[in-house]
Design a protein around this ligand. Sequence first.
Ligand code: NDP
Length: 309
Amino acid sequence: MALLFHCEWEEGSKILQDLSAQIPDIDIRIWPDVGDPAEIEFAVVWNLPHGELAKCSNLKAILSPGAGVDHLFGDPDLPRGVPIGRLIDPLMADRMAEYTASLTLWAHRKFDEYAELQSQRIWQQVTQKDAKDRGVGILGLGALGLTSARCLRPFGFALSAWSRSAKIEPGVACYHGGDSLAEFLAGSEILICLLPLTSATRGIINAAVFDQMPVGAYLINCARGALVVESDLLTALDSGQLSGAALDVFNEEPLPRKNPLWSHPKVRITPHVSSLTAAETAAPMLATQILQVQCGETLNGRVDPDTEY
Ligand code: NDP
């Protein structure tokens, strides 16, 4: 059985090593040393150049070593009909929850304002709301959004979430579908984005969205940069419609040095680290997915090609 592997992250070589240990008889071909593409049955790939998967005529599954699959659906030659799997990893959800909770508390307790006051040596107490009066909205209540919601719940925030299909989650006001987006946004003083990047969500966070949020709202985007219209974000920050933004993901990564977000006083930047894949959990999950396909079982984390997530 031949498997095509391509993942340029630092953790990639560890995933590769662990995967070979999990399935010792597997013939791993590291792109671009593919050999005969017709022999490839499985692909574990991240950001593989477009058109490469289409050369593999006998693929049984395409697996993403991360939670997102937008890197696959961005390929215009993505083979149709081949099952696609993604990672649903509780460790990654916990890592993401640490990030979203940290930044939510940062925004809620106005640490940006205190940093600014400190830079001027001003001893001033800023008015503070209680958590129960702070609306925190989560865009996307999937594997990551749900864990973040549960992590934030004990603080007592007025939590809400928006997804495509209806949900019920204790302590979270659940909205779904386009018709309810305005109501959801109106209550989101802190908006956490954990949506997948798909044809339906690209550019979804734009001027119209910012205008529907309370004045002075705060954006935390740790999903994908292209969900946000960057020029609209800058306008909203400059006008005061948004009081700040914490951004982990960008339209172009690494974020170009000339990008104005780098030096914007209201923006906190991290380099796509909110929840990195961990080889220790990812490799066994990938091995399980491969075995599931070989045994004709349902693939864990199977992606719906119609919705692209
Ligand atoms: P899931 O697929 O589990 O959840 C996605 C959520 O978004 C679901 O609640 C889904 O609704 C909702 N959704 C999708 N499309 C729409 C839409 N058109 N309108 C309304 N809601 C929609 O994904 P995960 O939680 O596992 O991951 C989310 C994203 O986080 C990934 O796609 C990835 O891009 C990003 N990510 C970023 C990382 C980082 O380090 N920065 C690390 C890992 C992931 P429903 O429940 O109804 O289907």
